[in-house]
Design a protein around this ligand. Structure first.
Ligand SMILES: [Zn+2]
Length: 313
């Protein structure tokens, strides 16, 4: 049973909105594209591994928490790609969707990949990341007096990530090895019948917090306005007779306002004023802005000049 489903991250959505509004000539354009590409690849890899689980015979009961995010007592954050709970163990997975020849040096905490064209790139040590998560989870298990071992593994989502040296004896395998490893772990760890798994899973769920990743938004340099979803390169829609229409492709867009509000939420924030609305939506008239604001699902506070609006979740 999936208690926490995997979703496109806010950072990914934000970067998607950002790139649409950033001129290609902007100095950071490729940086944002690369960041987005990595997030998309990571997400695709996680979905591949999620699909693999569906092919397996799993012990009962079992619970999944995907993309679990929390903050520990010291204020530092944990982001676990998958937590799998079953009567045999708690398993934490770190999912990597990286291609190339991978090698590892534990003494330097260094994962290196060499791509097909020979470029060598250093990557975050997935074992160190996992070790932190395991320590956190073991503490919780102990505090709750849950008699379950905490296991961990790095799963490679693609066959094109080739493990070379330094991984001997470490819990890392390709997604195809999930079945074999699961079997091995289940044989090694006998089921605990007296553990209240659902209670523990719900406790974990209650500790879930959405962590915000800070990405600097170059708001000034971005294209403002209600943009056409069909024409790229920042083509604006115009508002005539209560309709948003594209002067280039002729699209009449009923979702234009709501979609642009979502862009605003991702790139600016939850709060609007008549002025910030006009700036982002590129509307000159305060009166028209007022009328359009009334059409949106917003909570208003204050009167006249001091009126503020909040985007409802
Ligand atoms: Zn258009």
């Amino acid at each position: 049973m999936i208690l926490l489903a995997r979703q496109t991250s806010e950072t990914q959505k934000m970067l998607e909105a950002l790139i649409q509004r950033l001129p290609v000539s902007h100095s950071e354009y490729t940086f944002y594209c690369e960041h987005l590409r990595r997030l998309q690849a990571g997400f695709a890899g996680e979905q591949l591994v999620d699909a693999k689980w569906l092919e397996l015979d799993l012990p009962s009961p079992h619970y999944f928490l995907h993309d679990f995010q929390t903050m520990n007592d010291f204020g530092s954050t944990h982001q676990m790609d998958t937590i799998f709970l079953c009567p045999h163990f708690v398993l934490i997975l770190e999912i990597k969707n990286i291609t190339g020849k991978l090698s590892y040096d534990a003494s330097f905490a260094q994962l290196t990949r060499t791509t097909a064209d020979g470029a060598v790139e250093g990557m975050t040590d997935p074992f160190l990341q996992l070790e932190r998560h395991v320590v956190w989870m073991k503490k919780l298990v102990q505090k709750e007096r849950i008699d379950l071992p905490v296991l961990h593994a790095v799963v490679l989502a693609t066959r094109n990530g080739i493990l070379t040296k330094g991984f001997e004896g470490l819990p890392i395998f390709h997604v195809a090895g999930l079945r074999f490893n699961l079997q091995k772990w289940m044989e090694r760890h006998q089921p605990r019948v007296r553990v209240d798994l659902l209670r523990f899973a719900n406790l974990l769920l209650s500790l879930q917090t959405k962590l915000k990743k800070e990405v600097e938004v170059p708001l000034k340099e971005m294209t403002k306005g209600v943009l056409c979803p069909q024409c790229v390169n920042g083509q604006r829609l115009s508002y005539h007779y209560k309709k948003w229409t594209c002067p280039r492709c002729g699209l009449v867009d009923d979702d234009a306002l709501v979609r642009t509000l979502e862009d605003y939420r991702l790139l600016v924030g939850q709060q609007l004023t008549n002025r910030s609305f006009r700036e982002f939506f590129a509307i000159a008239s305060p009166n028209l802005a007022y009328k359009l604001l009334q059409q949106l699902p917003l909570k208003a506070e204050g009167v006249k000049k001091h009126r503020k609006y909040w985007i409802m979740e």
